[in-house]
Design a protein around this ligand. Sequence first.
Ligand SMILES: NC(=O)c1ccc[n+]([C@@H]2O[C@H](COP(=O)([O-])OP(=O)(O)OC[C@H]3O[C@@H](n4cnc5c(N)ncnc54)[C@H](OP(=O)(O)O)[C@@H]3O)[C@@H](O)[C@H]2O)c1
Length: 264
Amino acid sequence: MTAISTQDGKYSEETKLMKGRVALVTGASRGIGAATAKLLAHHGAAVGINYYNNHEAAQSVVGEIEASDGKAIPVQADVTDEAQVKKMVQQVSEAFGSIDTLVLCANRTFTVAPFINYQWSDFEEKLLGELKGVFYPCKAIVPSMIEHKRGCIVAISTGLSRYPSEGFIAHSTAKSGLDAFIKTLALELGPLGIRANAIAPGLTLTEATVFLPEEYREKTAQATPLRRNAMPEDIAGAILMLASNEARFINGVYLPVSGGIQML
Ligand SMILES: NC(=O)c1ccc[n+]([C@@H]2O[C@H](COP(=O)([O-])OP(=O)(O)OC[C@H]3O[C@@H](n4cnc5c(N)ncnc54)[C@H](OP(=O)(O)O)[C@@H]3O)[C@@H](O)[C@H]2O)c1
């Protein structure tokens, strides 16, 4: 397969990149996760739409997918709770078959403050939340990926894990842990036919970033070679690329998707 889309921008059955695949996207009711779930479904994957609180938003993502003849179900679970994660994985597997694609998008909110004002309790909550949110879903799904000798994991890191910014100490530290976790999975699971990669978005316009002053967003856009901030769909495109078989030899990468503001 060489073409990604037809000339009119629509995808024919032959050019669908995720045909026959089963994906679970955590944090898929909003933001980057929602855009990713829709794109994977558009490309033929059956998708579990994980959410935490917002059933209505998850249901709306499912509705959009089904309206375009795609397959999706909403699955509620707190990704930091092992029992809930196991139940969610079971629900998706029962609905669509064993999961071969895991996209880790659930977003842990965190306090933005300089180190001197940071409390250990806030720091610990972010660290443990971020790492449990990747550990438990991987722990629940990897055994069946091993059994089927195929699988793909894409986790969402951040440019801030390599290029820190004042006030983001907990986020940068937690995501650095995620980066190391994914690289280790890539090393240990690669021989078993499973790839693991991290996407590092730059500032992306979602509900998670509305708290940033407009001036900050504009300054970031102007410092970006492509002269804008990312939209969730920009990040979803890179996730689709990594999840698809076209990226079959890409393993263990940290891929900035930042319009060039962060270059490795
Ligand atoms: N936006 C950015 O600029 C940016 C930049 C770099 C990296 N990232 C990373 O990209 C990922 C997605 O961020 P986003 O901006 O798309 O977030 P967002 O718009 O705030 O969406 C957050 C999603 O995570 C879900 N969620 C929150 N806590 C959860 C939990 N404990 N268990 C399960 N789901 C949970 C929410 O579900 P409900 O709707 O039910 O609450 C929602 O679907 C995060 O890992 C974030 O760190 C974002």
